[in-house]
Design a protein around this ligand. Structure first.
Ligand code: NAD
Length: 294
């Protein structure tokens, strides 16, 4: 509870073992990075099918590195051997736990409480949340000083940036340890304050929100918006990018930011995006989003 003394946890032990919780779009990429860089990594998901798909995707991701000559094939086997997929939460124990479950505060709270109960107080609990306040996440967790934001970008094995976010309670040594780990994973960590959407998602929100408005107002169809923006130099248009991110995840992030900014209309979620979510058209991961992938 908040009555606990602050900073009762000393500098964390060197991080030797990692667990990634949630094996969806982001979790699988983060787990790949960890095993690729030598860390024994537990990968947990509630859903056995998603976990099995994640294992296949990680093997394929490492295979691509071998094909490109960036990794010897023996190292691929060694990396795969470091991965321990599981649907048993009770074995999720590590020096650093990175959660990448659905963007819902209540789900993350319950998860961190369960993880806190079965891990040492020094275990760092990092969240890959795109939009939920780290301070609020940490407040419901025993020893909130070990809760920190570690925000990767999609696809995690390729995108160099990681935002490291300290909440009000986060111990500086914990943020330092996560920053150093991100560097060991070959990333470029950037410190961000605990403001809604941190840096990148806050600015990028308008790329999605405004594009959805353009389509909703029938100014242009979504594929035309993509084509135009790609022609001006964006690597992916907003609709192709939403399909990659997960239309459901993107919607949850916008919804969380709308709330966090006290319902500022500039962050209002879109009706057509809501409909895609309701219809189960969540993008590439479901075979259909704005585009068809089947
Ligand atoms: P996703 O829907 O692809 O995967 C979420 C996974 O979490 C699913 O496999 C689900 O089975 C699992 N899950 C749900 N509840 C769980 C629980 N209690 N315990 C264990 N597993 C549980 O979502 P995603 O896109 O990978 O997003 C995960 C997190 O990463 C979110 O917080 C999101 O905001 C953030 N994020 C997403 C992106 C992106 O581009 N998709 C980028 C950066 C950060």
């Amino acid at each position: 509870s908040s009555a606990q003394p602050a900073a009762s946890v000393s500098v964390p032990q060197p991080i030797k073992t990692i667990a990634v919780v949630g094996a969806g779009t982001m979790g699988l990429g983060i787990a790949q990075l960890c095993v690729q860089h030598g860390f024994p990594t537990i990968l947990f998901d509630l859903n056995a099918d998603i976990l099995a798909k994640a294992e296949v995707a990680i093997a394929a991701g490492l295979g691509k590195l071998v094909e490109k000559g960036k990794m010897p094939s023996t190292e691929r086997e060694a990396a795969l051997a470091r991965l321990r997929p599981t649907t048993d939460l009770a074995i999720v124990q590590a020096d650093l736990i990175i959660e990448a479950v659905v963007e819902k505060l209540a789900v993350k709270h319950e998860l961190f409480q369960n993880l806190a109960a079965q891990n040492a107080p020094q275990t760092i609990l990092a969240s890959n949340t795109s939009s939920l306040p780290i301070t609020r996440l940490a407040a419901a967790v025993p020893h909130p000083e070990r809760v920190v934001g570690m925000h990767f970008f999609n696809p995690a094995p390729l995108m160099p940036l990681v935002e490291v976010i300290s909440g009000v309670a986060t111990a500086p040594a914990v943020a330092d340890a996560v920053q150093a780990l991100a560097e060991k994973l070959g990333k470029q960590p950037v410190r961000a304050a605990d403001a809604p959407g941190f840096i990148v998602n806050r600015v990028a929100r308008h790329f999605y929100v405004e594009s959805l408005k353009v389509v909703e107002e029938q100014v242009a169809p979504f594929d035309v918006v993509d084509e135009l923006l790609e022609a001006t130099g964006f690597r992916m248009g907003p609709f192709r990018l939403m399909d990659l991110i997960g239309v459901d995840t993107n919607f949850s992030v916008t919804s969380a930011m709308f709330e966090a900014f006290h319902f500022d209309p500039k962050f209002r979620p879109s009706r057509i995006q809501q409909q895609k979510v309701d219809a189960g058209h969540h993008g590439r991961k479901t075979g259909k989003g704005f585009y068809d992938y089947s």
